[in-house]
Design a protein around this ligand. Sequence first.
Ligand SMILES: [Zn+2]
Length: 83
Amino acid sequence: MVIAHVANYPALANRLQTSIDVMRTTHIENRRLFEMAAGRLKLESREHDHLHQCEVCQAVLYVFVNQPTINTSPIQSKKNDAA
Ligand SMILES: [Zn+2]
């Protein structure tokens, strides 16, 4: 069993347990992460704690933060036709 092996490494076992705990908890709604990324919403403290532990929510937030559409500056799609 993999678990038996992991038990020999307390740090790893602890990390695995954390991952299991995170999986059991509900993820932060994508909409809330989006609003937070846009600076329109502050997460509740439990959501904040979850975000610190959860790689899934961190990844989602990362995507939203890097969305050019929610930044104030629009994409410069206009090209200068100097012909
Ligand atoms: Zn999450």
